[in-house]
Design a protein around this ligand. Structure first.
Ligand code: NDP
Ligand code: 2IT
Length: 445
């Protein structure tokens, strides 16, 4: 049995009930087989893979808070500090009822390689809670965030671990958590990213994941002599990533015809009116269904099924495993030529393998959504300098970062004889820097 296969079996045996974590590890190890087999002795001698798949530490805690009816609620809180070889732990916080330790381990593991690909000094981490912000009042969200941060504040810091947003955590939640951290610690420091612009946030961070996704998509399409302008695009989700992916795709001349939320999807043959979506989602915190009431000629359909809409380009921007093999086959049959992941691991392994086998252009999330965390690292940089850069400056750095990531992953794929396989390319390019740092620092993590 090869070293990578051995480690996968070990991970499954030692981490029961964590299928998403197994899935993320398997994909990375399958890609790394090419690198590991060529240097097996070197890596085995220091148990590098055993160390890579084990989080440095997982903090798990209770989050009690009082709801508007005076009832005491209790949620679970976590921070997975996965790997600090190349910088302080960095990664978002997810508030969603589906959150559990296994999901955060998968996200933290992905984050190691993604953060490495940005070229900036950030390690891998992730955290969150099974708290559901949906339908909660602002006061309830504040009470929860303050309680969550009261515990989390013991384990984070600007040079130690710097959380940010993810599903269910946006500007409002970051604000409440930042305020509580500052109150407890008396430190005005860049301990969180995604902050508001008047209190240490960076321009472009709100847009960064979605914009970055479309910048790298455009780089890949250009490399394959395809023009993004005029293409029909389907974007799943209607949260932070989906909204700004749609905005940038529209700016570059593409037509986005569908978006979704966990209840259903909208189709608008004339192209999505993003102002309406922003008003529903960013201002009123409503449901995507309301789009069809507001825009004549558009159609709302309950349930999954967004991938049955004919398109040239698919951008899954909602959640893990939202696009399965059947969806992949439908996309292909409808003429889709490129898929770029805005979400983390939105395609199942079977769907990913299908895209690659069919020769479709496919960008994995750990490369294509890295603009969010990359811009978070630029926010940390501005906080350290006590400066703020202009929108144009940050946007130019983001675009350069995404072009560089495309170059790195396509180069790694070529070096290992799998040209055009950006999954393998991203995993190898992300791994190389982290492995080098782990080897250099001795048996400490
Ligand atoms: P938001 O909370 O802003 O939006 C999430 C969107 O996805 C909503 O439309 C939500 O619908 C939908 N969604 C969430 N969970 C599910 C589910 N289980 N089934 C179907 N739809 C679902 O989150 P973000 O836009 O920030 O995150 C989206 C994805 O992008 C996640 O995978 C996240 O990890 C990833 N990501 C985010 C980054 C960021 O900077 N924010 C950076 C890199 C990756 P509903 O409202 O109905 O729940
Ligand atoms: O998945 C991700 O990369 C994020 N949610 C963003 C993390 C960050 O630290 O900006």
């Amino acid at each position: 049995m090869s070293y990578t296969e051995e480690i996968y079996e070990r991970v499954v045996a030692q981490n029961p009930g964590e299928p998403e974590f197994h899935q993320a590890v398997k994909e990375v190890l399958d890609s790394l087989k090419l690198v590991i087999d060529a240097n097996e002795e070197k890596y085995r001698a220091v148990s590098l893979l055993e160390r890579l798949v084990e989080p440095e530490r997982i903090i798990s805690f209770k989050v009690p808070w009082v709801d508007d009816n005076g009832k005491v609620q209790v949620n679970k809180g976590y921070r997975v500090q996965f790997n600090s070889a190349i910088g302080p732990y960095k990664g978002g916080l997810r508030f969603h009822p589906s959150v559990n330790q296994g999901i955060l381990k998968f996200l933290g593991f992905e984050q190691i390689f993604k953060n490495s690909l940005t070229g900036l000094p950030i390690g891998g981490g992730k955290g969150g809670s099974n708290f559901d912000p949906k339908g909660k009042s602002d006061r309830e969200v504040m009470a929860f965030c303050q309680s969550f941060m009261t515990e989390l504040s013991k384990y984070i810091g600007a040079d130690q671990d710097v959380p940010a947003g993810d599903i269910g955590v946006g500007g409002r939640e970051i604000g409440f958590m930042y305020g509580q951290y500052k109150r407890l610690k008396g430190l005005y420091e860049g301990v969180l990213t995604g902050k508001g612009l008047t209190w240490g946030g960076s321009l472009v961070r709100t847009q960064a994941t979605g914009y970055g996704l479309v910048y790298i998509l455009d780089a890949m399409l250009k490399d394959h002599k395809i023009d993004l302008a005029g293409k029909t695009v389907v974007v799943s989700g209607s949260g932070n990533v989906a909204i700004y992916a749609t905005e940038k795709a529209q700016q570059l001349g593409a037509k986005v015809v569908a978006m979704s939320d966990s209840n259903g999807y909208i189709y608008d043959a004339n192209g999505i009116n993003l102002d309406v979506v922003k008003d529903i989602k960013e201002v009123r915190r409503g449901r995507i269904k309301e789009y069809a009431d507001a825009v004549p000629g558009s159609v709302y359909t309950e349930g999954k099924g967004i991938w049955s809409i004919k398109c040239d380009i698919a951008l899954p921007c909602a959640t893990q495993n939202e696009l399965n093999l059947d969806d992949a086959k439908t996309l292909k049959a409808n003429g889709c030529v490129a898929v770029a992941e805005g979400a983390n691991m939105p395609s199942t392994r079977e769907a990913t393998d299908f895209f690659l086998a069919e020769g479709m252009l496919f960008l994995p999330g750990k490369a294509s959504n890295a603009g969010g965390v990359g811009t978070s690292a630029l926010e940390m940089c501005q906080n350290s300098q006590r400066l703020s850069w202009t929108f144009e400056e940050v946007d130019a750095k983001l675009k350069q970062m995404m072009n560089d990531i495309y170059a790195k992953i396509s180069d790694a794929a070529k070096r290992y004889g799998v040209e055009g396989n950006y999954v393998t390319g991203a995993n190898i390019a992300g791994f190389e820097k982290v492995a080098d740092a782990m080897m250099a620092q001795g048996i400490v993590l």
